[in-house]
Design a protein around this ligand. Structure first.
Ligand code: AN7
Length: 363
């Protein structure tokens, strides 16, 4: 082995959130741990966004988890504990990412996974993942909120079925570990955390994580929680459920968030806010991140940065160190990019033609 190879082999490896944060999580017997090495995602400085916002903005890129979204942190806990209880089936309602993650971790845990999804509303990358992992797909002629009602009833009334939506407290427990990682990476929690809000499990989880970290004496403060919903799908901003939620950010097209109380408590207790951003603001933020920072996230994931930019435009942006959570990878939803960009027509295989093109486009 060369020296370079041996130093790679000996480098400490991140082996998943259960292994790393076991003392903070509910009990899981060793034999039942279903992990794909989730967590340990990078916290990336964002100089361009920072300049626009007037704060030191970092991106927690959760799109680099095993199934390319933050859901994996909670699924490893939920499926491990379901397997330990001897349950054979898992079920979830989903706008796509929960289903993709449940499908993968169910496969890992040796369980059969059912996913209930709104017909025609799942981004292409997520649909491909669900099929690849062999989940049983139920497409319903309804929306996410209908799918969640059906899934909850199946778990309540049928034998051996584990509900793995974020109403399952194990999901929240796993997802809170990202707050620990951020606090450890920065040496202290940030002043504010900006993130998208759909079913509201994640904002609930982050607030729990930062609160536990502070209460255990590892930090003096917890960040303000800044949650952003899509304008056409913003029940927490409007103060009532939305019957027909609409947004280009299909991941957060949810009209009746299950963890509403947790989200409102996070906002209140942290001195934060929950506001909305338009689809245009979301897509602009997604492109800014891809083109100026080199980080490609899915539309919903850009809602936090869209929100920070909106607050900055109104003179209300947070200052100091701010983290925005990019919840899922951009490859999840290729159609959003392809709707606005296309590959150009082919050119002849000729140097001069290519050189002309480079001189024109090179700036
Ligand atoms: C990329 O997959 O609800 O507020 O069924 O996929 O915790 O719901 C996805 C949600 C943000 C919102 N970003 O988080 C599902 C689902 C992405 C997401 C959210 C989701 P929550």
């Amino acid at each position: 082995m060369s020296q370079a190879e041996s130093s790679i082999a000996q480098a400490p490896q991140h082996r998943g959130v259960i292994n790393r944060y076991r003392g903070w999580l509910p009990g899981i017997p060793d034999h039942a741990v279903a992990t794909l090495g989730e967590g340990g995602t990078p916290l990336i400085e964002a100089p361009c966004v920072s300049e626009k916002v007037g704060a030191s903005v970092h991106l927690k890129f959760e799109g680099l988890n095993p199934t390319a979204s933050f859901k994996d942190r909670g699924m490893t806990v939920a499926l491990s504990r379901a397997a330990a209880r001897g349950e054979r089936l898992s079920i979830c309602a989903s706008t796509g990412n929960t289903a993709a993650s449940a499908a993968a971790y169910s496969a890992r845990a040796g369980m059969t996974c059912f996913v209930v999804v709104p017909v025609g509303k799942i981004a292409m990358g997520k649909a491909v993942q669900i099929l690849a992992h062999g989940a049983r797909v139920v497409q319903i002629e309804g929306n996410f909120d209908d799918a969640l009602r059906i899934s909850q009833r199946a778990a309540a009334e049928m034998d051996d079925v584990a509900l793995v939506n974020s109403v399952n407290p194990d999901r929240i427990e796993g997802q809170k570990t990202s707050a620990f990682e951020i606090s450890e990476s920065l040496g202290a929690p940030p002043e504010a955390l900006a993130l998208p809000v759909g079913n509201a499990g994640n904002i609930t989880a982050y607030w729990r994580g930062f609160s536990e970290w502070r209460d255990a004496g590892y930090s003096e403060h917890a960040p303000r929680m800044l949650g952003f919903q899509a304008a056409g799908s913003a029940p927490l901003v409007e103060g009532h459920d939305v019957q027909n939620p609409e947004t280009v950010a299909s991941a957060i097209r949810i009209g009746a968030p299950a963890s509403k109380e947790g989200a409102l408590a996070a906002m209140r207790e942290s001195g934060g806010l929950i506001e909305s951003v338009t689809d245009e603001e979301i897509l602009d933020a997604q492109l800014l991140l891809a083109r100026e920072e080199g980080v490609f996230c899915e539309p919903a994931s850009a809602a936090g940065v869209a929100g920070l930019l909106k607050l900055a435009g109104e003179g209300r942006a947070p200052t100091g160190t701010v983290v925005s959570v990019l919840t899922g990878h951009g490859l999840k939803d290729p159609d959003v990019i392809l709707a606005r960009n296309r590959l150009p027509d082919p050119l002849p295989a000729d140097f001069d033609t290519v050189a002309d093109y480079m001189r024109r486009e090179g700036g």
